[in-house]
Design a protein around this ligand. Structure first.
Ligand SMILES: Nc1ncnc2c1ncn2[C@@H]1O[C@H](COP(=O)(O)OP(=O)(O)OP(=O)(O)O)[C@@H](O)[C@H]1O
Ligand SMILES: [Mg+2]
Length: 206
């Protein structure tokens, strides 16, 4: 129990990720079946280095899907890290170069690496170089990764330059694309928020 708690604290760096669980699935996204299947067949996925590329518009449930896999595997004592490039780049800033290499190498300790929101980071030369190190070291370790992104498949297949091409090419080789084309769940949540706020501010005090 203690070990699993520790793994979770290490692997889920954002507090909200704790709520991305199958228990909280609202049942409105038919793709969630695939997340369950990935967890059920995890041993095979790990052995065959089967990754996923979750792509589609904002609010369609990509991070939720990935977070459910992360939580379910962590509950089974599998080391998982769910992070994103802005966080990684932040951590790298100010590190000495040997610490940087060690930090990137530490991702190898995780059986599954989930990178949320690929493509939101600034594509400076430095950022591209560090991203390449992370993806390439994962690629060479032959362990699975799951990527979520707002980029379109066509954009990933036709990168703007060589630096992007070297990253996207490795991802496309190892991660099977799944298109999220459903509704924007945030719009629905926003509706509920507005209603609750309206009720609250119109309440008469007594
Ligand atoms: N299957 C689901 N059950 C319950 N809530 C969900 C489900 N899928 C998504 N949500 C909720 O909908 C909102 C948007 O989902 P999410 O953050 O996963 O979208 P996203 O595709 O990652 O969006 P973005 O591209 O902007 O990162 C979140 O508040 C999330 O908790
Ligand atoms: Mg997301």
């Amino acid at each position: 129990m203690e070990r699993i708690k520790r793994r979770k604290a290490q692997g889920l760096q954002d507090r909200y990720l704790y709520d991305y669980t199958f228990a909280n699935d609202n049942g409105q996204n038919p793709l969630m079946e695939k997340a369950r299947a990935y967890v059920e067949n995890w041993k095979e996925a790990y052995k065959n280095n089967t990754g996923l590329l979750l792509f589609g518009d904002v609010g369609t449930g990509k991070s939720f899907f990935a977070g459910c896999i992360a939580n379910a595997l962590l509950d089974r004592d599998v080391p998982v890290l769910m992070t994103n490039f802005p966080t990684i780049l932040n951590r790298l800033t100010g590190m000495f170069s040997e610490d940087r290499a060690e930090f990137i190498a530490s991702f190898d300790e995780y059986d599954l690496l989930i990178i949320d929101d690929l493509g939101v980071e600034r594509s400076t030369e430095y950022a591209m170089e560090q991203m390449f190190f992370v993806i390439d070291s994962r690629y060479r370790s032959r362990r699975p990764m799951i990527i979520t992104t707002n980029l379109k498949l066509a954009e990933l297949k036709n990168p703007p330059d060589l630096a992007h091409a070297r990253i996207y090419d490795r991802i496309l080789e190892r991660c099977a694309p799944i298109l999220f084309a459903g509704k924007n769940f945030r719009e629905e949540n926003a509706g509920a928020t507005r209603q609750a706020a309206k009720d609250l501010v119109n309440r008469k005090s007594d």
